[in-house]
Ligand binder design. Structure first.
Ligand SMILES: CC(C)(COP(=O)(O)OP(=O)(O)OC[C@H]1O[C@@H](n2cnc3c(N)ncnc32)[C@H](O)[C@@H]1OP(=O)(O)O)[C@@H](O)C(=O)NCCC(=O)NCCS
Length: 279
């Protein structure tokens, strides 16, 4: 049975007018209770001094991936997103950000070795979104809100036929948002399962109807998904749309904007205390 979900701090950007930081700013993560999912937005266009601090947390593989990105802005945002992810996960675990053993499955799904914490990361333009839970699998996807000129053609080619028909029946000025709602929902499912784009987009069926919350109808090959997983549409900041999919066992979502400088300061203070204790 689908669980009744509660939300804290996850007001939509549209409801809060043009304020870019609609989720409450936090530096230190609050305790993660059983059944909770914490969602964090992270600004990824950062001053060089902050980016340099975050780059210091990355492992060799992450630094190599950052260097491979040809566009300097993409590389800088990658460093910001991955450094801030380490900082956050470290704060939840009481561990130094550079000591975390982050690994990836063969299909690319990142995970923490030897930890119950689960997370999912997405980035788009100047924002990243991280979802964190205590043991429940999840997936998030974030997209910059934009006009998708070929929305109906793309849906006809890649989505399930009933989804493409529903999209085509919408007024033209609603098709881009609806397309991005379908897209983020499907990608969030692909991230939960860890399959990524190896799973065809039309093997995940969802409904997107006006302002009603999207619903998960079917994930081919996963019989309990529509009943047990929950799908949520979010507007984490002005100009962005996102989706969260959570497996059974999650019942409450809390939303935050990361106060990066505060968390960096707290992390440095913890490292200083650890060094002083070791002397
Ligand atoms: C996951 C995926 C669907 C999302 O891509 P996207 O919308 O372009 O990008 P997003 O920013 O929303 O998400 C990317 C993040 O998803 C995560 N991710 C990547 N592969 C994932 C997977 N299979 N399952 C769950 N999460 C995954 C990573 O944290 C990644 O961030 P990073 O690239 O900075 O490390 C797509 O990247 C994919 O299919 N990746 C698999 C690639 C693959 O097959 N790799 C084989 C091994 S090389």
């Amino acid at each position: 049975m689908s669980l009744a979900f509660g939300f804290s701090g996850c007001n939509s950007a549209r409801a809060a007018a043009a304020d870019a930081n609609t989720w409450p700013a936090h530096a230190l993560p609050p305790a993660l209770e059983a059944g909770e999912i914490h969602l964090w937005t992270i600004q990824t266009d950062l001053p060089a001094r902050l980016r340099t601090s975050l780059a210091g947390f990355l492992d060799r593989d992450e630094l190599r991936r950052a260097r491979r990105l040809v566009a300097a802005s993409a590389s800088a945002r990658f460093v910001a997103a991955h450094g801030a992810l380490r900082l956050l996960l470290g704060a939840y675990m009481g561990a130094a950000p550079d000591a975390l053993r982050l690994r990836a499955t063969g299909a690319g799904k990142p995970y923490l070795e030897d930890a119950r914490l689960r997370f999912s990361l997405s980035h788009s333009a100047a924002l990243a979104l991280v979802a964190i839970s205590e043991g429940a699998e999840l997936g998030v996807d974030l997209e910059r809100r934009r006009t998708v000129p070929d929305a109906v053609a793309l849906a006809t080619r890649y989505f399930a036929p009933d989804e493409a028909r529903s999209l085509a029946a919408l007024p033209a000025n609603e098709q881009s948002d609806a397309f991005l709602r379908y897209w983020t929902s499907k990608e969030a499912v692909m991230k939960l399962t860890g399959e990524g784009f190896a799973r065809p987009l039309d093997s995940i069926r969802v409904t997107v109807e006006g302002n009603a919350p999207p619903r998960l109808l079917e994930v081919t090959g996963v019989p309990g998904a529509a009943r047990e997983w929950s799908l949520h549409a979010l507007e984490p900041a002005a100009g962005y749309l996102a989706a969260l999919v959570a497996a059974a066992g999650s019942s409450h979502v809390r939303c935050f904007t990361l106060g990066l400088e505060g968390l960096l300061g707290a992390s440095r203070a913890a490292a200083d205390r650890a060094r002083a204790g070791a002397r």
